[in-house]
Design a protein around this ligand. Structure first.
Ligand SMILES: C[S@@+](CC[C@H](N)C(=O)[O-])C[C@H]1O[C@@H](n2cnc3c(N)ncnc32)[C@H](O)[C@@H]1O
Length: 210
């Protein structure tokens, strides 16, 4: 879901500055638009990429990967020695993702896991440099609880859609908005995290584990 947090003119201006993506990413962006697949998009994908580079991330766990768009950005950032765990509950998404990952030349550094991302995280041993949360929004608080112990100190929890088209500012009755509101309160209340929310596109939270 791409909510308009910034005004339309500013959003268009910033998007106009973005360099062209390669053929594979461009095709994925078009497919996502056509089929209404909620990918993170190029502006926020650059945040993921930069964060992975700055923290020299080698092991990244992604919760909710869809067709693998954010996965490709992360896989490129971790480099050939790195590992990215793709997860999605939808097997047909995973088949599409495999094709794109192969065409992007990063398939050897990605483990494609199909099932519930929260369970898959439990089943995948070791610590991670980055855990990226992009599952159903009511699952954000539980995803955070499970992600924290699995991060190395200095590592990052990153979550997309944390401003949820601005719905977080209002009293909410739906479980997704409530989930995000609880997640945002939890990251700022945690003594184990140093969080920021970047109001880019639909809002991205970046939290360093202390
Ligand atoms: C917003 S999309 C992910 C977009 C992707 N991160 C990107 O930016 O390219 C969310 C995806 O998470 C999947 N999903 C939602 N809840 C899940 C869960 N608990 N376990 C696994 N996949 C889940 C959905 O099938 C959907 O494809």
């Amino acid at each position: 879901m791409g909510g308009l947090i910034l005004n339309e003119g500013v959003e268009a201006y910033m998007n106009g500055l973005l360099p062209k993506r390669d053929v594979v990413l461009s095709e994925m962006e078009k497919l996502a638009k056509r089929r209404d697949i909620p990918i993170i998009g190029p502006a926020c994908a650059r945040v993921l990429y930069l964060m992975a580079k700055l923290t020299k991330a080698r092991r990244v766990f992604e919760m909710g990967s869809a067709i693998g768009y954010s996965t490709i950005w992360l896989a490129r950032a971790v480099g050939p020695q790195g590992r990215v765990y793709y997860t999605d509950g939808d097997a047909s998404n995973s088949r599409t993702a495999r094709e794109f990952l192969t065409r992007a030349g990063v398939e050897r550094r990605v483990d494609v896991l199909v099932g519930d991302a929260l369970k898959l995280l439990e089943q995948t041993p070791g610590k991670f440099d980055i855990i990226f949360i992009d599952v159903d929004k009511h699952q954000y608080p539980e995803s955070l609880r499970r992600a924290l112990p699995r991060l190395r100190s200095g590592g990052l929890v990153i979550a997309d859609n944390v401003l949820w088209s601005g719905k977080v500012t209002r009293r909410a009755h739906d479980e997704n908005t409530r989930g995000i509101q609880e997640f945002n309160r939890a990251i700022y209340a945690s003594h184990k995290l140093f969080p920021i929310i970047v109001p880019l596109r639909d809002g991205v939270a970046i939290c360093q584990k202390l």
